[in-house]
Design a protein around this ligand. Structure first.
Ligand SMILES: O=c1[nH]c(=O)c2[nH]c(=O)[nH]c2[nH]1
Length: 302
């Protein structure tokens, strides 16, 4: 019997980088949260405390700040690619790098009726995400980019039904042809190339999510998720697969009968838990293998 080191990775989690572009009077802001993880030949560090192959997590952090200045943050996908390629291409022991990045959006404050040059208000709950994985160098190099968003809270006050479901002796849910549908959507989409206008695709996917959520006469959240995924894959041939996770934020019609009041879908109890959790993957049947694209940094203990 021998005890051996298994899979391992290390990096700096949640590096908070704010980059201001201030070359013009009208400043620009990028506010991101970066997590790096390096994979490769780090056995000696674990078994002998030998750090010669270890690029410190502090250096990974410093690099994130330096690259924000040197290369800028045009998009989080591009920034993740720049960092991941650097770690893999420039350090021999590093076989693979995964960069997980969140972006917090700001919108310009309106002051005296005009957009202000250097004051912003934090915008909405939607957080843009990018997961970039790079493995190998030169001709052998493989790259996976997954774009996404999380906590995109959206609600429609009609245009949603749920009926004709399986009924057993424990079923009390009433069928409905008109209900509130609300969720805080997490979605990720896997690209098959890096030749992408990242910002344009993000804006387009967001537009499709809102359009499908609003205009599909939904028979279930499952159907809405599928229609979103289908629309995204139909519009973007650079995307092979979309994964969606949607808590069904139940809005129950409140019983106002004790007060002699009618309630025609006007007053609801927004229940926070439990919630239905509806999750779906929509994919092309000829999608290339996903490799490590979906493997999160923090999957180790799961
Ligand atoms: O859109 C829905 N999907 C379900 O699977 C489900 N189950 C439930 O109780 N309500 C809903 N709503």
């Amino acid at each position: 019997m021998a005890i051996v080191l298994g899979e391992n990775q290390y990096g700096k989690a949640e590096i908070r980088v704010v980059r201001i572009y201030r070359d013009l009077p009208r400043h620009e802001i990028k506010d991101v949260n970066v997590s790096s993880a390096l994979r490769g030949d780090f056995a000696a560090a674990h078994t002998h405390g030998d750090q010669r192959a270890v690029l410190p997590t502090d250096t990974q952090k410093q690099t994130a700040y330096a690259y924000a200045k040197e290369k800028g943050i045009a998009s989080i996908e591009q920034y993740g690619l720049d960092l991941a390629r650097h770690f893999v291409d420039d350090y021999e022991p590093v076989g693979g790098a995964r960069l997980e990045i969140e972006e917090y959006a700001w919108e310009r404050a309106v002051v005296g009726g005009a957009e202000h040059d250097h004051t912003w208000i934090r915008k909405g709950p939607a957080i843009r995400t990018a997961d970039v994985t790079v493995e190998g160098t030169g001709d052998e190099q493989q790259i996976w980019v997954v774009g996404g968003l999380k906590d995109f809270t959206i609600l429609k006050s009609t245009g949603s039904e749920f009926h004709d479901f399986l009924v057993d002796e424990y079923t009390v849910l009433e069928p409905t042809t008109d209900r509130v549908m609300a969720t805080a959507l997490d979605a990720k989409w896997r690209f098959t190339t890096t030749d992408v206008d990242w910002d344009a695709v993000y804006a387009g996917v967001l537009e499709l999510i809102v359009d499908r959520f609003a205009t599909v006469q939904s028979l279930a959240l499952q159907q809405t998720l599928y229609e979103i995924g289908k629309a995204v894959l139909e519009r973007y041939d650079t995307i092979a697969e979309m994964r969606l996770s949607a808590p069904n934020k139940h809005h129950f019609v409140y019983d106002l009968a004790p007060f002699g009041l009618e309630n025609h879908n006007e007053v609801f109890n927004a229940d926070d838990r439990p919630y239905g959790l509806i999750q779906a993957t929509v994919t092309r049947d000829d999608a290339p293998p996903s490799g490590p694209a979906w493997t999160p940094q923090l999957a180790w203990l799961v």
